[in-house]
Write a new protein. Structure first.
Lengths: 213, 217
C-alpha cells in the first residue's frame, strides 16, 4: 500500500498542488484525473521521485520512504511515460535488459530470459531484436511497460497511457491494465479521460486546477 | 619525364618519413583529445560553478588564440618557467589541449540535443549518473557529433603541418627541405597529393563509422 500525504508544490510562486493526499491499496488501480494543467503529471512526477515536492510525506507498506532516494535495492515504482522514452540506440531486448543487468546485477542470460518472458506475455516475442523506431505507438508503449516490469516494481505508474495512441487501442490498454491487476500489480494511472478512468479504476482522485489569486 | 619520376622516387622516402610523424601526431592527438573533450563538455554542464568557470576560460583561451602561438608558447615559452618538453611532446601537448577545446564545444552541443526524457527514463530505472552517461547518453551523443568531429579530424591532418615552427620534421617540412635544396616545386606537389590521399582515406573511414551508427534513427 502506498500513502502520500499533504503534498504541496508550486512553480515560480504558482501553487500547482495544494495539500493533495492519496492512498492506494496493494493490487488496486488508482486513477488520477483532471483537466490538463491541473497538476496530474506533476503529482505523478513527485510520487516517482522526478520532482521534489515543497512538502509532503510518503509511506509504502507503512514504511516511510523518500521517492527521490535512488539507492534501495528493491524497485519501488516503475513508470510508463506518455512519450515512452525508449532508448533509441538499443534494441527492444537491450532496452529491457539494461537496467536489470546494471542495477540488479543480473547476468545477461538471466536478464534476457526474463525479458523474453515479459515480451512473450505482451505479445512482442518477435520484436526483441528490432529498434524502437521500427515499432508502432502501441508496441512502443508495451516495450516501455516491459522495461518497467523487468525491474519488478511494487507499483506501476502510467502517464496518460491512452493519449499517444489510436482511439482503437484504448480498449486494449484497459485490458492490459486489468490483466496486470489480476496478477496483483498495484497501478497508478494519470489520465484526462474520465470514461477510461471509470472503466478501470478502483479509486479515482480528481485533481482540480488551482484557482489563481 | 624519366628524370622527374626518378627524382620523385628519390625524395619519396624522406616524404614518407615526414608522413610518419604527421600520422603519429594525428593519432596521438585524436586518441587523447576526444576523451578529454568529452570530459570537459561534461564539466561545462556541471552544477559546480567554479569548475564551469575554469573550463569556460580554458575553452576561450584555446579557441581564442592561434594554435601556432600555443605551439611556440609551450615549446619556447614554458622553459622560462622551468617546464621542459621534448619537441614531439610539446607538439602533442599543444594539439591535444587545442583540439580538446573544440571537441568539448562540439560535445556540449551533442549533450544538449539528447532529450532530458532520456535522463529521466534512466533515473526511473535507477541507473546512476555514470551508467546513464556511458550507456544511454554517450552513444547517442556520438552519433549526433560524428559529422562535426569528422570535420575537425580532416582539419587536424592539415593543422599538423604547423609543427615546423618548433623544428619537427613532418610531411610539409620534408617537402620544403627538398624544394629549397633542389629548387623545384615537385616535392610540394607530392606533399599535396599525400595530404589528399590521407584526407580521402579519413573521409572514407568517417563515412564507415557514420554508417555503423545509422542502424537507428
Amino acid at each position: 500500500m502506498l500513502e502520500a500525504a499533504n503534498i504541496n508544490k508550486s512553480f515560480n510562486g504558482v501553487q500547482v498542488l495544494n495539500d493533495i493526499s492519496l492512498e492506494i491499496d496493494s493490487g488496486k488501480i488508482l486513477c488520477i484525473v483532471g483537466p490538463s494543467g491541473a497538476g496530474k503529471t506533476t503529482l505523478l512526477r513527485i510520487i516517482t521521485g522526478l520532482e521534489k515536492p515543497d512538502s509532503g510525506s510518503f509511506k509504502i507498506d507503512g514504511q516511510s520512504f523518500n521517492p527521490q532516494a535512488n539507492e534501495t535495492d528493491e524497485a519501488m515504482i516503475g513508470v510508463v511515460f506518455q512519450d515512452f522514452r525508449l532508448f533509441p540506440h538499443l534494441s527492444v531486448l537491450e532496452n529491457i535488459t539494461l537496467a536489470p543487468q546494471m542495477v540488479l546485477h543480473q547476468s545477461k542470460k538471466a536478464a534476457q530470459e526474463n525479458a523474453n518472458n515479459i515480451l512473450d506475455q505482451l505479445g512482442l516475442a518477435d520484436k526483441a531484436d528490432i529498434y524502437p523506431f521500427q515499432l508502432s505507438g502501441g508496441q512502443k508503449q508495451r516495450v516501455a511497460i516491459a522495461r518497467a516490469l523487468a525491474l519488478k516494481p511494487k507499483i506501476l505508474c502510467y502517464d496518460e497511457p491512452t493519449s499517444a495512441l489510436d482511439p482503437g487501442l484504448r480498449g486494449s490498454v484497459a485490458q492490459m491494465i486489468e490483466r496486470f491487476k489480476a496478477q496483483g500489480m498495484t497501478q497508478i494511472v494519470v489520465t484526462h479521460d474520465i470514461d477510461f478512468a471509470k472503466e478501470i479504476a478502483d479509486k479515482i482522485l480528481e485533481v482540480k486546477p488551482n484557482q489563481e489569486l | 619525364m624519366d628524370g622527374v619520376l626518378k627524382y620523385m622516387s628519390e625524395i619519396l622516402p624522406s616524404l614518407l618519413q615526414g608522413t610518419k610523424l604527421t600520422l603519429g601526431l594525428f593519432a596521438m592527438t585524436l586518441l587523447l583529445s576526444l576523451p578529454l573533450g568529452a570530459l570537459v563538455s561534461l564539466g561545462l554542464r556541471s552544477r559546480f560553478k567554479p569548475l564551469r568557470w575554469i573550463l569556460k576560460f580554458y575553452v576561450w583561451l584555446m579557441r581564442g588564440t592561434p594554435l601556432l602561438l600555443q605551439l611556440i608558447f609551450i615549446f619556447y615559452g614554458l622553459p622560462v618557467l622551468h617546464i621542459y618538453f621534448e619537441r614531439f611532446s610539446a607538439a602533442a601537448f599543444a594539439f591535444v589541449l587545442n583540439y580538446a577545446a573544440y571537441f568539448a564545444e562540439i560535445f556540449r552541443g551533442g549533450f544538449q540535443s539528447v532529450d532530458t526524457g532520456q535522463y529521466e527514463a534512466a533515473r526511473i530505472l535507477r541507473l546512476n549518473y555514470g551508467q546513464t552517461i556511458r550507456k544511454i547518453v554517450l552513444p547517442q551523443v556520438t552519433k549526433i557529433v560524428l559529422p562535426s568531429v569528422g570535420n575537425e579530424v580532416i582539419n587536424l591532418v592539415k593543422d599538423s603541418s604547423l609543427v615546423y615552427v618548433i623544428g619537427l620534421g613532418d610531411l610539409l617540412r620534408a617537402g620544403n627541405v627538398a624544394m629549397v635544396r633542389d629548387v623545384t616545386l615537385v616535392p610540394l606537389l607530392m606533399v599535396g597529393a599525400i595530404y589528399l590521399i590521407l584526407t580521402a582515406l579519413f573521409t572514407y573511414l568517417l563515412r564507415k563509422v557514420e554508417q555503423h551508427y545509422s542502424y537507428y534513427q
